[in-house]
Design a protein around this ligand. Structure first.
Ligand code: SF4
Length: 449
């Protein structure tokens, strides 16, 4: 099972390499996914003959290298492990860093000399970096339409009325724990209630910290991480109450519709479509073939309980990479990550497959069962090579669209890429509260290391 050793503050090189015969496949999106300013880069990219590294890299070099020269040491490129295609490798190739959301969050504050930070991942990650950044550091996202679907199920206008209802009912006896996959505004609610942020690595630590204070917990937004964490902390599962399905962009119920009085933990009803495809049947299929199964805790409790271990992306990566030669792992998490892990583990003589590639009877699995490749985070993959090239080129020329600039407290509509900003004073208050929640998490996590 995971431990605080899995939490890495400093990204390490992934070791994964670009392979010349694998096409850089992502980015085959319809052109209407690109903002007008980025469309010319996408058109050029899509016209490349085969989009293998042989054609993509010289094309990317023509935009990225002038930007690297122009910004020098003040530029920092970042990507998340879940980025699809070869973008993780491309970002590393140009001197950038690849990390999980916890390590990414700290990159501005840990690297004060970096003034222009360009992130290829989802919006909440860029916003968390911006929340902890100094005033002279700018954070940019290569595609503002890259939202996390779980975060989209817990926008502030959805959560705030319910949180206020619960605070009115339970007062100081309730605190909010905001998973990292939330906007800054939700993290600020956690800060205001004396709560903290958590990641999939440190969620049990943070929940235990709240329980020691005798608090009732509102856990936002992932009901599965909430439930898995409650079980890990030996909480009576009958005292975990899950609120309604938030849909995307709307809540049609109130907290009063649920029996929250007896609950020790109240989970928001959000989830990740990428991680909820895993089933106990898939886990058993691999175990019967003597494969070890490790899984991310955003997956359903029934699947997690059947697995040999569960934990964050860092846990999954380290468990495989530290295993003896000849080990075999079925890994239940995002598909691009598993592909990268598969490639790197093969160097150590370790076999890796995606958990959802189990050949289970469709009737015994959920409708989300897949038979090949596993499910990738499609929204994160909206940050593709044309977006990286375009962002850096537009920044160098001083023409970067304001919509790609990320400030703490921004709310983005992922369909239209329209951005709603707080006023300066509102942002100052929001940042102070969100920082409180983030700093509590860092303090609790570091104290346990
Ligand atoms: S994999 Fe799921 S939780 Fe992670 S960023 Fe993508 S949509 Fe969000």
């Amino acid at each position: 099972m995971h431990s605080s050793r899995d939490i890495s503050l400093t990204p390490r090189p992934t070791g994964i390499t670009l392979q010349s015969d694998i096409p850089i496949c992502q980015g085959d999106l319809p052109l209407d996914w690109y903002q007008d300013e980025f469309a010319p880069y996408a058109e050029e990219y899509l016209a490349l003959p085969d989009r293998t590294p042989e054609s993509v890299i010289p094309w990317l070099d023509s935009y990225v290298k002038p930007a690297l020269d122009y910004f020098g040491d003040s530029l920092l490129l970042l990507a998340h492990y879940y980025m699809g295609g070869e973008i993780v490798k491309l970002v590393e190739k140009y001197g950038g860093k690849v990390a999980d959301s916890y390590a990414l969050a700290l990159q501005a504050s840990q690297n004060p000399e970096k003034k222009v930070i360009v992130e290829s991942a989802v919006h909440f990650m860029a916003e968390t970096i911006a929340t902890l950044a100094n005033d002279d550091q700018q954070v940019w996202i290569t595609n503002p339409k890259a939202g996390c679907t779980m975060e989209m199920m817990a926008k502030d206008w959805m959560v705030l009325p319910v949180a206020e209802e619960l605070i009115a009912k339970y007062g100081d006896d309730l605190l909010v724990i905001a998973y990292m996959n939330t906007s800054g505004r939700i993290k600020a609610i956690a800060g205001q209630t004396g709560g903290a942020v958590c990641t999939s690595s440190n969620a049990p630590l943070i929940v235990e910290w709240a329980r020691k204070q005798g608090k009732k917990i509102l856990f936002v937004p992932d009901e599965h991480l909430g439930r898995n964490t409650a079980v890990k902390c030996s909480m009576d599962i009958s005292r975990v109450c899950t609120l309604g399905d938030p849909h995307t962009y709307g809540v049609t119920w109130t907290a009063d519709d649920f029996d929250t009085d007896a609950a020790e933990m109240i989970c928001w009803g959000g989830y990740c479509g990428v991680h909820t495809i895993f089933t106990p049947e898939q886990v058993r299929w691999w175990k019967e073939k003597d494969w070890q199964v490790i899984i991310h805790p955003e997956s359903k409790l029934e699947a997690v309980q059947e697995a040999n271990g569960s934990g964050s992306t860092a846990y999954l990566w380290n468990t495989v990479m530290e295993a003896p030669k000849g080990s075999k792992f079925a890994v239940g998490t995002e598909g691009h990550f598993v592909r990268n892990l598969q490639e790197q583990a093969a160097v150590n003589g370790i076999e890796v497959m995606h958990l959802a590639e189990a050949k289970v009877d469709q009737d015994s699995a959920t409708s989300g069962s897949v038979t090949s490749g596993g499910c990738g985070c499609a929204t994160m993959s909206r940050n593709d090579p044309p977006h990286l090239a375009g962002m850096l080129d537009l920044l160098r020329k001083g023409n970067a669209p304001d919509i790609n600039r990320v400030l703490a407290g921004d709310v983005v509509n992922e369909q239209t890429a329209k951005r709603q900003r707080l006023s300066g004073d509102e942002r100052t208050i929001m940042v102070a509260n969100a920082k409180l929640a983030l700093e509590r998490m860092i303090e609790i996590t570091e104290a346990s290391a």
